[in-house]
Write a new protein. Sequence first.
Length: 278
Amino acid sequence: MSYITATTLDDALNALAGGPASIIAGGTDWFPTQGDRAFDGTLIDISRLEELRGVTKTETGWRIGAATTWTDIIRADLPRAFDGLKLAAREVGSVQIQNTGTIAGNLCNASPAADGVPPLLTLDAQVELTSLKGARRLPVAAFLQGVRKTDRAADEILSALYIPDAPSGSQSSFVKLGARKYLVISICMVAVLVTVQNGLVSDIRVAIGAASPVAIRLTGLEDALRGLLAKEAADAVIGDLIHGLAPITDVRATADYRRTAAAEVIRRAITLALEGAA
């Protein structure tokens, strides 16, 4: 195995094109996943690339560099629509992991229980994939294709995320259910972004993770709640409105428990978001 600390994005892309190679920033997902298996390729460290770090405002929204850490996101001056993402950032492992782990690493690891994914889905985030041939963008939902599977080609680096401005007055939340409060993989987790105008839910986005092979938006539930009075939305019978979940049974919970718990976690996340929007 060879190890390269890239000093420019072009350096990283050229090394990646030479393959086989893997990219790390914090490495908090890559090393545990690798385990005891031998790695014969090149390990490319992009953690020192300032062009891939930080949260900046654009004309139409926000750019988050791929190597931006969870601590960077927690500390960033962002609108209330990002509160759900910040809450998720505080749930990613320990403080040490938050200081090192990156938002792109969380996405590229493609775990069904990745804390950052549901908030990014509610924010309509897009990923930017860069290679020596150029850059392309696609929605987070299209980037994540299954358990540990993404649409990233072998010669591409996830270089940034782009998030459009949310509707004015939007508020968000994030609720995670696990066996304990910290340092735990989710049983299920929910992010909600809601906009209330004149007492009515004018826009709502609900995403759930760890209850299907990839985190998903619950568009049927969103359609049912949109246009309701805020109190009606908070009191809705959630279990009758959620579809498309495919929870599994594992060491953390049974599929039946996840399905039942999902309705309660969704209700709590919607209530918290509505309280902030009010």
